[in-house]
Each structure stands twice: as structure tokens, then as C-alpha cells.
Design a protein around this ligand. Structure first.
Ligand SMILES: [Zn+2]
Length: 180
């Protein structure tokens, strides 16, 4: 799961302010402003299962996707705080994931990849979230220790010791604030 952005966490973080390295103030840009901003938000993730070249033919219901994001945030929150999947949220996620049809496609290197054939964008997103939550090690999903940040992240360190969503900026900021 290394280096691949987890759509689950990107969605769960989508309602939070971000303050990347080199930026003075945290800012919030709402990916749900309109169809274009949301597609842009998805495209910059470069997610391997999310090919949006054909996005014109997709049914995109932003309100539905926004609800889905809230469900995903709820799942991640409960995973971290209660160490379990909540049945209600999972039922909602699974229901959304039904609106999507995948095809296994063989690649030249002998592996297969999943390509979506049809469905709504909400269905595709939900379906990817289902795969990710099932495949990833949920004990590695954490909240950034820097209170001002609070972003969810996936700890890829060997000994699961990461406390900040990214060493730079959050770990570095925490240490330089302590020194003051
Ligand atoms: Zn952070």
C-alpha cells in the first residue's frame, strides 16, 4: 500500500484545512464546490483505479458523493477511536458500492488490473473505498498528532511509529514549536 494515495483517507480529509510545507496559513479549499473542482480533486490524486478520462459519460451527483464522504469520514473516525467498523456506516458504503461494475483486465506483464465499466461516480468511489479498507492494515490508519492539523494518514513505517501525517511539515513544526 506504500506510496499509493488511499482514496479513503483523501476523502476523509476532504473537509479539513490543509497547510502544506512552505505555506504560512492553513487553508481550506472545498472540493465540492462544483463538478469541475471535484474532478480536479480526484485527478490530482493520480489513483491507479480511478481513470477519469471518460468523465463526461459518468453520472456525477455531488450531493450523493458528499454524503458518501461523510460516511467514509465516520468509518475512519470510528476505526481510530473505537477500533472497529460501525455497521451503519458500512451498510451505507456497501449500498453506494453497488452502483458500479468492474472488469478484470489482463496487462502485458501478466498482472491484472480492475477497470470500471459503468456506474455512477459515487458508486466507483465507494467501490474503491471498499477495496482499500479491506486490503489495507486498518491499525495503520492514524490521526496526525499535531493538534492544529488533525489530518488522517496511513503509517507506512516498519515499526508503526509515525505520529505526524508527514514528517515535513507536521513533525518538523511540532519540534520547532517545542524549542521556542
Ligand atoms: Zn499533520
Amino acid at each position: 500500500m506504500n506510496n499509493v494515495p488511499l482514496l479513503v483517507l483523501e476523502l476523509a480529509n476532504s473537509g479539513k484545512s490543509k497547510r502544506p510545507s512552505g505555506i504560512r496559513e492553513a487553508y481550506f479549499s472545498d472540493p465540492f464546490e462544483n463538478r469541475e473542482t471535484f474532478l480536479e480533486f480526484l485527478k490530482q490524486l493520480k489513483h491507479p483505479n480511478l481513470n477519469l478520462n471518460d468523465s463526461d459519460s459518468l453520472t456525477i451527483n455531488l450531493d450523493e458523493i458528499k454524503l458518501l464522504c461523510e460516511t467514509v469520514e465516520q468509518i475512519v473516525f470510528q476505526l481510530i477511536s473505537k477500533k472497529e467498523f460501525s455497521l451503519n456506516a458500512i451498510t451505507n458504503l456497501n449500498e453506494s458500492a453497488k452502483d458500479c461494475c468492474w472488469a478484470h483486465q489482463l496487462s502485458q506483464d501478466g498482472t491484472y488490473s480492475d477497470l470500471f465499466q459503468s456506474g455512477t461516480l459515487a458508486g466507483i468511489i465507494a467501490s474503491i473505498c471498499v477495496m482499500e479498507l479491506a486490503k489495507c492494515d486498518v491499525t495503520r490508519i492514524k490521526t496526525c498528532n499535531r493538534i492544529a492539523c488533525g489530518l488522517y494518514f496511513y503509517d507506512t513505517t516498519r515499526n508503526r511509529s509515525a505520529r505526524w501525517h508527514d514528517e515535513n511539515p507536521c513533525g518538523w513544526r511540532t519540534r520547532s514549536e517545542r524549542r521556542k
